[in-house]
Design a protein around this ligand. Structure first.
Ligand code: ZN
Length: 478
C-alpha cells in the first residue's frame, strides 16, 4: 500500500477537507450529482439495490490455511487485550484468521508456553553501521562494499531479536547500499527485516550530516548530501528519490555523535525544510527530521515533517506544535543511555562524548513533556550495536514514563501506521504478513521480557525457533 502523505498530512482537519469534497455516483449510463431531487435519489437507492442484487459483493476467495501457530497468550497490540490458547491460521505468507482451533492436517507450531506478538519494527536504524567502533574517521578507512557487508550482518541481528521490519534513518555512502539491501531482502537473496529506507543524511556544510569534519587543507569533495540553500535541497531530495528513497532524512539541528556540530542550534533553515517536505510529499514520500534543540524541532514541525527523531530538548511550545500537527516522535532514548556506558572505549571523540553527557539531562523531561501532550511514540534504536541495544529501548521507554502497552504499540502498530504499512505489518489481524514473535513471560507486566525473543517467524517462514536452536544461527561478535 502506498499513502500520499501530502494529502493525509496533519494540519487540515476532516471538517475543512469535507467542504471541498464533492461526489458523483456513476451507474452504467447515468451520472448522479448532488443537485438531484429527492425523487431521483430514491430511484438511485432502488437502482443500487438492483445492482447489488444482480452482482453480489465479490469477496476474494479465502486462501487455504497452510499452517498455524498456537499461542499460549496472544497480545492484541491494538486494544491491549490478551487471548489465551489462540491459533493464528496462516495462508501462504499472511494471517488468515485467529481461531480457537486449527483445521486438521496442517502443521502447527506449538508456542503454548509463550506470549505471542506481532513482529517488531525498529523505525530508526542505520543498517550499514560497524558495531565495533565509534571513531568518527573510521568511514575513511571502510570501503562501501565492507559497509554493505556490515549491513548484511546487522540485518540478521535485527531479525534474531524479533524485528521483522526496520526503517533505515539515512546512510553516508552516496550510492545508497541501503536500497540494494532493501531489494535483496525483498527478493529473498539475503535474510533481513523488511526495509523502508531513507536516502542520504541531508545536512548543511559543517552540520551533523557533513561527513568530512576534518582539516580545511584536506579539501575533500563536497558530499552529495550537503545542502546550503533551498535550491540545493531541491536537488538533494530529488536525487534521493531518483535512486529509491522511501523517506527523506533532514538534519534539522546539530547532533551528538559527530565532533563538530552543536545540537542546540538549528541547521537546515525552515525554508529548506518546507521545500524538502513539498518535494517529498508531492512524490508520495515521507520526511523524518533529526532534531535535538528546541528551535530546530519547532522549525521542522512547522515545515511539515512526518516524524521528529530524538526530540531530546523538546519544550512546551514544541510539544504543543507536535500535538497540533500530529507529528510522530521517535525518541531513541536508550541509544544515548548506552553511549554513557560505552564511554570512549570504542574510539569515540571526547568532544562527542561531552555532548552526550550534556544531552542526558534533557532527555527525561523532554520525553515526559511528549507523553503529557499525547504525542504518538514510535520505537527507534539508532544504535550501531544492534545486538546489544536493539531490544533495550523497550525498557528505556517504560522507565521514561510510557506504559508497557504503549511501548509494545510503539514497536508495532504505531511504527506500522507511521510507515503507512499498517495493512501489512504491526498487528496479527487477517491480511497482515505472518510476522510473529514469541517471548517467555508477560511483557505487559514486565517489559524486559522483550529483551529475550525466543521465536521469530517472518512471512510464514520460521527464522528462529527454540525447538531448533541450530536453525539460522547468528554470529554475535564483540
Ligand atoms: Zn540516527
Amino acid at each position: 500500500m502506498h499513502v500520499q502523505p501530502g494529502a493525509l498530512h496533519a494540519g487540515a482537519s476532516t471538517s475543512v477537507r469535507a467542504h471541498s469534497f464533492s461526489w458523483t455516483v456513476v451507474v452504467p449510463g447515468v451520472t448522479f450529482n448532488p443537485n438531484m431531487t429527492r425523487h431521483s435519489l430514491t430511484c438511485l437507492a432502488a437502482l443500487i439495490l438492483v445492482v447489488s442484487a444482480a452482482a453480489p459483493a465479490q469477496k476474494p476467495p479465502q486462501q487455504a490455511v497452510t499452517q498455524a501457530v498456537l499461542a499460549g497468550t496472544l497480545v492484541d497490540v491494538r486494544s491491549g487485550q490478551v487471548r489465551t490458547h489462540a491459533y493464528i491460521l496462516i495462508a501462504g505468507d499472511r494471517v488468515q484468521s485467529i481461531a480457537d482451533s486449527a483445521p486438521a492436517g496442517i502443521p502447527v507450531t506449538d508456542l503454548s508456553a509463550y506470549t505471542v506478538l506481532p513482529g517488531l519494527i525498529d523505525a530508526h536504524g542505520h543498517i550499514l553501521s560497524n558495531p565495533t567502533t565509534q571513531n568518527f574517521a573510521e568511514h575513511l578507512r571502510t570501503s562501501i562494499p565492507q559497509s554493505t557487508v556490515w549491513g548484511v550482518y546487522n540485518l540478521r541481528l535485527w531479525l534474531d531479536h524479533g524485528f521483522t521490519s526496520v526503517r533505515d534513518a539515512c546512510e553516508g555512502p552516496p550510492d545508497y547500499p541501503q536500497f540494494a539491501l532493501r531489494e535483496s531482502v525483498r527478493r529473498g537473496i539475503i535474510l533481513g527485516p523488511r526495509i523502508t529506507a531513507a536516502g542520504s543524511c541531508i545536512s548543511i556544510a559543517g552540520g551533523h550530516g557533513d561527513g568530512a569534519p576534518f582539516s580545511p587543507d584536506l579539501d575533500l569533495p563536497r558530499g552529495k548530501n550537503v545542502a546550503d540553500t533551498v535550491d540545493d535541497i531541491d536537488h538533494v531530495v530529488r536525487r534521493d528519490i531518483k535512486y529509491g528513497a522511501d523517506w527523506i532524512k533532514l538534519m534539522a539541528t546539530g547532533g551528538v555523535m559527530d565532533p563538530i556540530s552543536d545540537f542546540h542550534v538549528q541547521e537546515l533553515s525552515e525554508a529548506q525544510m518546507t521545500e524538502a517536505v513539498a518535494v517529498a510529499h508531492r512524490a508520495g514520500k515521507k520526511v523524518m527530521a533529526h532534531a535535538e534543540g528546541a528551535v530546530g524541532i519547532k522549525a521542522a514541525v512547522r515545515a511539515g515533517v512526518d516524524s521528529i527523531e530524538h526530540g531530546t530538548m523538546l519544550d512546551e511550545e514544541g510539544a504543543e506544535l507536535m500535538e497540533q500537527h500530529h507529528t510522530w516522535l521517535v525518541p531513541t532514548l536508550y541509544c544515548f543511555q548506552h553511549d554513557m556506558q560505552t564511554g570512549l572505549s570504542k574510539g569515540r571523540d571526547p568532544a562527542s562524548f561531552a555532548k552526550g553527557q550534556e544531552i542526558m539531562a534533557a532527555q527525561g523531561p523532554a520525553f515526559k513533556l511528549a507523553l503529557a501532550h499525547h504525542i504518538r511514540i514510535v520505537y527507534g534504536t539508532d544504535d550501531a550495536d544492534v545486538d546489544e541495544a536493539v531490544s533495550m529501548e523497550f525498557g528505556a521507554l517504560v522507565r521514561g514514563g510510557l506504559s508497557t502497552l504503549g511501548a509494545l504499540q510503539a514497536a508495532t502498530i504505531n511504527a506500522a501506521t507511521m510507515l503507512g504499512k499498517d495493512q501489512d505489518v504491526g498487528t496479527l489481524e487477517p491480511g497482515r504478513y505472518a510476522d510473529i514473535i514469541a517471548v517467555k513471560g508477560d511483557p505487559l507486566a514486565d517489559i524486559t521480557v522483550m529483551e529475550h525473543v525466543a521465536f521469530v517467524m517472518q512471512g510464514g517462514r520460521i527464522i528462529k525457533d527454540p525447538a531448533h536452536p541450530d536453525r539460522n544461527p547468528v554470529i554475535h561478535i564483540q
